[in-house]
Design a protein around this ligand. Structure first.
Ligand SMILES: *Cc1c(COP(=O)(O)O)cnc(C)c1O
Length: 418
């Protein structure tokens, strides 16, 4: 459920007509609903009620400081994957203790920044990283509290580019090497073992892969405890899918039932790292129709949003719902909705049923809150679109539109070319 609904045939974001925001900020833009964000966060935390659970919002899904702030105020911690995201979590006011640092390629300066900030947990993904973290931490006289991310070799049954828990993926430490790595961690200076972590992928739409991975995890924790390690926390990752169109992913409550079934009898602290399920359906991209174009056998609707604003359709073959901001009773037909970028991949939908719309009319791309703005680029010299956050009947620009002057100012002509 989200708060983008029609009233009298017009799309609203909460209590604000989307058209009104478009008139104020121009198109394209990202539009987020704070009530939806809070609702989704609450649905997830309610699903874990009664468990000793902590939710670390996966900042990479949408790292706007205002959004991270909003979620931090609901009680969320932050799951980060770079020094940049650490700075964002700090700017958003996330308590350092509520930060988990994930990622396969943390550089030493990023580790140092995390230790300086006093973050709660590093999720280590390789032996080399473990050695580096020990070196950095002991050099600073600090202690890194760690989990080791294990790769349970489970097929999350999602798109190949976002499955992360199979043996062939770059993530985590392979199951057979887990004991050896924990043993090494136990003897390294500057390292304190705290957790075991798994994260098997993203946009997961069935519960079986979770249950499989979590049962394997529990068996491993037994083994590690027999080896003498003190595992207080199980970090269960993120990845719960959302409905983009026809998908029917499990609800957070149903996911919570699996968690209860597997971990109900353990006395461990549980950590969760949801990203998409919190923000995905809390955002839309609003665009204007630039041209209608009819070829022999195809209707094209060319809009002013493009793959640089939302790369998911071309990167993940994702199908986002496209809807007119103003409903009409006029004739509908199927159209290919495309952006202006010079790539055939710059296509948002094929054979999408839309009413006949005129130039300048607004089309909203739904479910664009996660992995939208954060993956934007300036390809085709398109300055980054602004982000707005709606709160009841008002909105705030939480990232302003970049200008072409901003882009050009970043480039330098060398002296010898002047
Ligand atoms: C990306 C990521 C997440 C969040 O994934 P979602 O599908 O957005 O929930 C959580 N944990 C880790 C380690 C990640 O890399």
């Amino acid at each position: 459920m989200d708060h983008f609904d029609y009233r009298d045939g017009e799309l609203y974001a909460e209590d604000l007509p989307v058209q009104e925001i478009a008139s104020a900020v121009g198109t394209p833009f990202y539009c987020y609903s704070s009530a939806t964000l809070i609702r989704h966060y609450k649905a997830f935390s309610d699903a874990m009620s009664g468990l000793d659970a902590k939710i670390y919002y996966a900042v990479k899904a949408n790292s706007n400081v205002a959004l991270v702030r909003l979620l931090a105020k609901q009680g969320a911690g932050a799951d980060i994957v770079s020094g940049g995201e650490l700075a964002i979590a700090q700017a958003a006011g996330v308590a350092p203790d509520n930060v988990v640092f994930s990622g396969v390629g943390k550089k030493r300066e990023e580790m140092r920044a995390g230790l300086d900030a006093g973050i709660g947990q590093f999720n280590v993904e390789s032996e080399a990283e473990l050695e580096a973290l020990s070196e950095v931490a002991s050099g600073m006289g600090a202690t890194a509290h760690i989990g080791i991310r294990l790769n349970p070799d489970v097929d999350a049954k999602t798109h190949a580019k976002i499955t992360t828990g199979k043996a062939e993926n770059k993530f985590g430490v392979s199951w057979p090497r887990a004991r050896e790595l924990y043993a090494r961690a136990a003897e390294l200076p500057g390292i304190k073992i705290k957790a075991v972590a798994v994260h098997i992928g993203s946009q997961i739409t069935t519960l079986e892969p979770y249950e499989l991975a979590y049962r394997r995890l529990l068996e491993m924790v037994d083994v590690l405890e027999q080896d003498g390690h003190d595992i207080g926390t199980l970090d269960l990752g993120g990845g719960l899918g959302i409905p983009y169109g026809a998908e029917t992913p499990p609800t957070p409550a149903e996911y919570g039932e699996v968690v209860r079934r597997v971990f109900g009898k353990t006395n461990k602290k549980l950590g969760f790292e949801p990203g998409r399920v919190i923000v995905g359906n809390a955002g839309i991209v609003v665009s204007s129709l630039v041209y209608n174009k009819q070829s022999e056998d195809r209707r094209f609707v060319i809009i002013d949003a493009a793959m640089n604003d939302l790369i998911r359709p071309t990167l993940y073959d994702a199908k986002h719902d496209l809807v007119p901001v103003r409903l009409t009773n006029g004739p509908h037909s199927n159209a290919d909705v495309v952006g202006p970028i010079c790539e055939s991949g710059d296509t948002f939908a094929r054979n999408c049923e839309l009413p006949e719309l005129g130039e300048g009319e607004l089309i909203a791309i739904r479910s664009a809150g996660a992995y939208g703005a954060v993956m934007a680029s300036t390809y085709n010299a398109r300055p980054m679109a602004p982000e707005v956050l709606v709160h009841g009947n008002s909105f705030s620009v939480i990232r302003k539109r970049k200008t072409i002057e901003d882009l050009i100012a970043d480039d330098t002509i060398p002296d010898w070319l002047k």
